[in-house]
Design a protein around this ligand. Sequence first.
Ligand SMILES: *Cc1c(COP(=O)(O)O)cnc(C)c1O
Length: 513
Amino acid sequence: MGDYESSTDADDTLSRARGALADAFRQDVAETVLPSPELIRHKRDKLHQTLPDGGLGISQVTNHLDEDIVPALNTSSRSRNYYGFVTGGTTPAAALADNYVTLHDQNVQVRLPDETIATDVEDAALSLLCQLLGLDPCVWSHRTFTTGATASNVLGLACAREWTIARLASMLGVPVGSVADLGFVNLMRHVGVEDIQVLTTVPHSSLGKAASIVGLGRLSVKDVGIRHGSHKFDMDKLERALQAPRVASIVVISCGEVNTGFYATESFDEMKRIRDLCARYDAWIHVDGAFGLLARILRGDSFRRVRESCAGIELADSITGDGHKLLNVPYDCGFFLSRNIAVGLQVFQNANAAYLQTASQGILPMTPSPLDIGIENSRRFRALPVYSTLLTYGRTGYEAMLKRQVSLARRIASLVCDHPEYELLPESSEAKETRLERIFIIVLFRAKDETLNTQLVRRINATRRMYVSGTSWASSPACRIAISNWRVDEKQDFIKVREVLDQVVRIYVQSET
Ligand SMILES: *Cc1c(COP(=O)(O)O)cnc(C)c1O
């Protein structure tokens, strides 16, 4: 018989959870970044695969979690030497707030201003976020938290699709309803639009997925870079593509590409040129700035190049950002900003749901309910960790954190650049200083020895002292270090990374002789 009914047990469980949270932050972060595969295998055998008829009770389950599950998790968030993907960590302020979120389990779906402050907190958090990024909250009227950047890209393409087809229809003089009501297949046929294209450079894989979800198809995503795989837009190619008759266009700017951390645009002027083209040809601009966006908060000369690479994003129509990456709040948290609330409401409106109407209904669309401007109806109170961590650190706190991350990335890049056995990617004939100025939080590199290079990621991760991701660059394997944890320690972490990279070469050379 389960003991979950007793409130004393509930209290015990909660204080145990609080203790575990405090421990997690007090403890020195694990020396090894991964549990061993043997341990994971062993713990996997302990998982319950059969639903217990009577229930095991909370104490037994708590022990199970502590003994069998927690030790078999990686430290992607807790270790500052986990450099895989771009995971971010969780600041104590965000972790605390996230536990409140669970405890109070608010559904941030409809506005109930006289019943809960939750939607007000969400508004405040989104406004703070805009301020952090130097974006005017009044301009970005459609703003919402999402599950992550992928969901934000879905929102971006859905809004863009709605708007571009309507624009094309009005240009062609065809009176129309909305894509949201009629479906874009019907509407395109009616208007005579033949295709919808997504023009971009070095897109994140989630853009193709978003294109698939909203029915544009992965093949609608077209590279208009100066050459394939180049970050830079070929402005002539872009303009020619935009000129295609009876084709609706969406331009997506990769504001921080995952392999290199490089940006599609590098100045306000470049963004302005794209904006002017899109204004001329009625294209919607969406910026995918999942992690790159945050470079806007960096001041100082040494960060000018990355800062200017996200200058001008205020000229876009919509923007994707991630909270669970550089903002260091727990999964799952992304955000979406668009300047066109009317389009957002058109796409995401819950029509005819009388039971969801609230007191604020009368003042729509000034303060729409969250369920009418995003994918989900019921949703988690994702705003609270963001609100809490932004207030705790402030603008300068986040700037200092990001500067530590970028500085570590540049020290590692410099090491790799000068190293006899390693090579910084992408290859470049530029001076080292210039190359380092482009480095944001990602270092892409390879081993010069071809054989070592194919084993590099495995060998680095086998040390269990740090963790890196593998990728491929110019059709051969490459290794990627992404620095995104709030705990980053520029000096100590650099020493560790250097030791590991040297150790990997040493062991490889020994094994070869
Ligand atoms: C990480 C990332 C995404 C996907 O983000 P999720 O939060 O995993 O959905 C999209 N675009 C870019 C540029 C990214 O770096």
